[in-house]
Design a protein around this ligand. Structure first.
Ligand code: SAH
Length: 257
């Protein structure tokens, strides 16, 4: 696969550090007193070795989605890869699914949802902040190109969900309990509600609202602790530092009552 104009790439140095770049014909990338023309990257193969003007060597790759999420420009705080992965499986995002998401934020979760639903599915993303959705759309475009399976709605999801017969409602916003009633109407039977929240009081409120709605069962809350490892010849052990907390995932299924 060859790099194209407009595509997002990462330079990786010997220590494994990533430096992101969006390719643009005739531009020159400047880095720590060195340069490389974008035209030297465009047309090269994924994983190519490149040399900057003063001799530093880098590998240039198309980032994985997880790498892209960590380095892309942010409007709102993104959901980190470990939680994005869990959301896909606990929210059971499948090819062809109709998903309502709120809000789009920086587009990190949206990209994973778009991949999950594929070309036959659709992601309808509610967002109240136009400045955030602009950042998100740029992040999505530079990584995925044109996305015909994304619809952006500049509207407040607390006021309602306009769609019906939705397979999954996925929420990353501060007061998801204000969406439980709307989700109860918008979801098909067997549909799944999932929200991502940073604090326990929020979790208690959303679980209460799901119970009150009368249509949700199998309500579960989980969190994911990811521990990375240091693996060198004589020293194989967990890394000293880890991220202790990001957020809780609460999931529920709509059933006929
Ligand atoms: N999941 C996103 C981050 C979302 S941050 C990512 O991974 O990049 C939360 C977003 O919800 C913000 O962009 C905020 O503007 C939006 N938001 C907050 N309340 C909202 C509401 N009532 N309706 C629609 N969007 C809302």
């Amino acid at each position: 696969m060859k790099f194209a104009d407009g595509e997002r790439v990462h330079f990786i140095d010997k220590k494994g550090r990533h430096y992101p770049l969006t390719l643009c014909k005739r531009k020159v990338f400047q880095f720590s007193g060195e340069t490389i023309p974008h035209d030297d990257i465009i047309g090269r193969e994924d994983g190519a070795a490149v040399t900057f003007s003063r001799g530093s060597r880098f590998v240039v790759v198309r980032p994985t989605l997880a790498e892209h999420i960590l380095k892309m420009p942010r409007g709102a705080q993104v959901i980190y890869p470990k939680d994005v992965g869990m959301i896909l499986i606990w929210g059971d995002i499948y090819p062809g699914a109709k998903v309502v998401e709120a809000g789009i934020g920086s587009g990190a979760l949206t990209m994973a949802l778009l991949r999950g639903v594929g070309e036959r599915g659709i992601v309808i993303s509610y967002e109240i902040r136009e400045d955030f959705s602009k950042v998100a759309l740029n992040n999505i475009r530079s990584y995925m190109g044109k996305t015909d399976n994304l619809i952006l709605r500049h509207s407040d999801v607390y006021d309602g969900i306009g769609e019906e017969d939705i397979d999954r409602v996925i929420l990353d916003l501060p007061e998801p309990w204000r969406v439980a009633g709307h989700a109860a109407k918008a979801l098909r039977e067997g549909g799944i509600f999932l929200c991502y929240l940073p604090t326990t009081l929020q979790v208690a409120s959303v679980v209460e609202s799901l119970k009150e709605s009368g249509v949700f069962t199998h309500i579960e809350t989980i969190e994911t602790l990811l521990r990375t490892w240091h693996v060198e010849e004589s020293s194989v052990r967990p890394d000293h530092r880890m991220v202790a907390h990001t957020g809780f995932i609460t999931v529920a299924r709509k059933v006929r009552r």
